[in-house]
Structure formats: C-alpha cells, structure tokens
Design a protein around this ligand. Structure first.
Ligand SMILES: [Zn+2]
Length: 145
C-alpha cells in the first residue's frame, strides 16, 4: 500500500454513496469536506468546514484544508496536511497523536533508559563490592603476616 500524495477536489451537493480514492469531496451546501484516508485504509474522513472545524481555501485551481487532518480514531492514525491538492504527510506518523501523546512517549524514554542505567549501575556496584571484598580479604591476609 502506497500512501497517496495527490488529492483532487470535487465540489458536490451531497456526499456520494461510494467515495473515490484520492478525491476530496467538498459540499458547500453542507459545509463539509469528505475523503477516503489517503493511506488507503478505506476509512472515510469527514472534515466539517466551520470556524471550529476546518477551513477550506480554493484558489481557483486547487484546495487547501486547514489545519492538518489527524485520523487518531482510525487504526492507521494517519496525519497529513492537504495543501494545494497535495497530501503532505506528517513525519511522526508512528506517534499516537498530538502533543499529548508525544509528550508521554518522550516521558517514557528517560524512564526506560533510567531503569536501564540503574540496572547497569547496580551491576557495577556489585562488581565493585566484590572487588572491595577481595581487597579487604587480601589486606587482612597481608596484615596477619
Ligand atoms: Zn488510513
């Protein structure tokens, strides 16, 4: 499955029953845009065009959707921008979602490595203790002589 990088717009009165791949359906009447997720997972992505939702810009040739589209609710968790009929994929697609999730992911990093360091540390400490013990025994033996 290759991810789409181009989407064409189609102004419609209402949403068709079957959506075509790579088409952004725009209904001015219902102030809604609709498209199939460009990762080709088949999910229908509805982007209401409103002040609280998305804004759609039509420059006479191509459309731009703002802000980005994040399909956190779908298994693919695709995140992309639609700019001038192009799909621009977010780099951090593996992340679960917006900053909230990224924050927890980076928070898990130091904890995991911290645990690892602690583990390594105690191994070193044990080695040093054993060495120290050996030295002590050696010193005692020496002192007796
Ligand atoms: Zn998808």
């Amino acid at each position: 499955m290759t991810r789409q990088t181009i989407i064409e717009h189609r102004f419609v009165d209402s949403a068709p029953d079957v959506l075509d791949d790579g088409v952004l359906y725009v209904s001015i009447r219902y102030a809604t845009a609709l498209h199939l997720c460009p990762c080709r997972c088949g999910s229908e992505v509805v982007t209401p065009i409103s002040r609280k939702g998305w804004s759609l810009t039509f420059d006479g040739v191509s459309v731009t959707l703002h802000p980005s589209v994040g399909n956190w609710n779908y298994p693919c968790r695709s995140h992309y921008w639609i700019r001038l009929n192009r799909i621009e994929w977010a780099k951090d697609r593996s992340h679960d979602g917006p900053d909230r999730h990224q924050g927890s992911a980076s928070a898990a990093g130091p904890t995991a490595s911290g645990r690892q360091h602690q583990h390594l540390g105690s191994a070193v400490v044990n080695k040093v203790r054993r060495l120290a013990g050996t030295v002590r025994v050696w010193l005692r033996r020496h002192a007796r002589r």
